[in-house]
Design a protein around this ligand. Structure first.
Ligand code: GDP
Ligand code: MN
Length: 391
């Protein structure tokens, strides 16, 4: 689950990461009130959307004085902010973060995430803060420092020290090494303590008056661990989520929208991944990842049909169910009923293997829907049929 910058900063502050003074505002009046409380000469108005690159898109404005702040807040609130992460239609700005302006002497980059290959938590840091880190990684990978942390031991101060010196923080101000070490330790504690999948600070700044401050903050919380952090559940902003994915998650389906034209309905996450791979092997493109779970009952299938076909790119649906505990004949009857109920207009290819698969084939054959419901023998044939139906 992604959260807003202002929420991330509140969490980081609890763990001792210095952040600029500021507050969220949902209206122009609130923005002015927050600014008056801050009593600063320079303010920063920041659009709160779940996407990065806001600065370049005009969603972050440094404002000198209350009048400038008012103008910028008025312009940004309600705007359709387009960044490289929002897609061309952008995202509507409904909330602002109003902060005191910070005197920046250096912008750094720092993030904490899991390196699956190494089975370690990794801290990435770079002197190239404020920039697109993907670009730094592609063009000058030597500028990204990495510290791998054994989770059973945790981040050791000597490692944080090594990182601080690696970023040449002492060249800006030797006194900042200690503050930087404490920030790295606190970022690591936040990552573990809140069960994050990402903590990213870009930029982490060294200020003119000798502080290390998280100027921006992006925090992603691991959905699977949310039950351990009841308080974090209320940080969810449904307006920022893909409406199809939201509807799916409410129906208990595990759905991720993709760009292709073959809708997938599969039981089990591993089988769903395998199904997408084999579609690609035969020259097709999956339109989604969808794990309907173990049951694959008629209601679930119906809901899944509805969600898959709300995506206008979908030209064909491939159902791949392995009947272990679930019986294939039950699935087949469910699919036929659901197909009729939602009045599906696109072809469906089904591969049903496992318990009672022969009965399932018979049910489909006798359904009178053989034109639009094609049974496949084996996953290869299923993928081939789906690819040719979609084209
Ligand atoms: P992003 O573009 O969505 O990543 O938004 P950021 O929060 O990173 O802001 C973009 C840029 O705005 C930063 O890299 C800074 O250069 C600048 N910026 C943000 N806050 C301040 C501030 O308080 N003072 C100054 N001088 N610049 C700021
Ligand atoms: Mn940023």
């Amino acid at each position: 689950m992604k959260i807003h910058e202002y929420q991330a900063k509140q969490i980081l502050a609890k763990y001792g990461v210095p952040v600029p003074k500021g507050n969220v505002a949902f209206s122009l009046d609130e923005a002015l009130m927050v600014a008056q409380d801050l009593k600063s000469e320079v303010y920063v108005v920041k659009a709160q959307i779940h996407a990065g690159g806001r600065g370049k898109g005009g969603g972050v404005k440094v404002s000198k004085g209350l009048e400038a702040l008012r103008k910028n807040a008025e312009n940004i609130l309600g705007m359709q902010l387009v960044t490289h992460q929002t897609g061309p239609s952008g995202q509507k700005v409904k909330q602002l973060l109003i902060e005191e302006g910070i005197d920046i002497s250096k912008e750094l980059y720092c993030s904490v995430l899991v390196d699956r290959g190494k089975q370690r938590i990794v801290i990435l840091a770079s002197t190239e803060g404020g920039m697109d880190i993907e670009e730094v990684a592609a063009n000058t990978p030597e500028k990204i420092k990495k510290i791998f942390v054994d989770p059973s031991v945790g981040l050791r101060p000597y490692q944080a020290n090594e990182l601080a010196f690696g970023l040449k923080i002492h060249e800006t101000n030797p006194k900042l090494i200690r503050s930087a070490v404490s920030v790295f330790m606190a970022l690591y504690k936040t990552f573990v303590g809140e069960d994050c999948s990402l903590v990213e600070i870009n930029p982490l700044v060294l200020t003119g008056d000798g502080c290390v401050v998280a100027l921006d903050a992006k925090l992603t919380l691991d959905d699977n661990a949310l039950y351990r952090h009841r308080g974090n559940m209320s940080l969810r902003d449904r307006d920022e989520e893909d409406p199809l994915e939201l509807e799916a998650s409410e129906a208990g389906l595990n759905y991720i929208k993709l760009d292709g034209n073959i809708g997938c309905m599969v039981n089990g996450a591993g089988l769903a991944m395998g199904t997408m791979d084999i579609i690609k092997t035969y020259g097709g493109e999956p339109a989604n990842f969808l794990d309907v779970g173990g049951g694959a009952k008629q209601e679930t299938v119906e809901k899944a049909f509805r969600i898959i076909t709300l995506d206008p790119n979908v030209k064909c649906i491939l159902i791949n169910i392995f009947g272990g505990i679930v019986r294939c004949d039950m699935v087949a009857s469910g699919v036929i009923a659901a197909f009729k109920n939602v009045n599906l207009q696109i072809p469906v290819v089904i591969r049903l293997e496992g318990t009672n698969s022969e009965e399932a084939h018979k049910i489909v054959r006798e359904s009178g829907l053989r034109e639009s419901l094609q049974m496949a023998d084996g996953i290869q044939q299923a993928a081939q049929k789906a690819v040719s139906a979609a084209n």
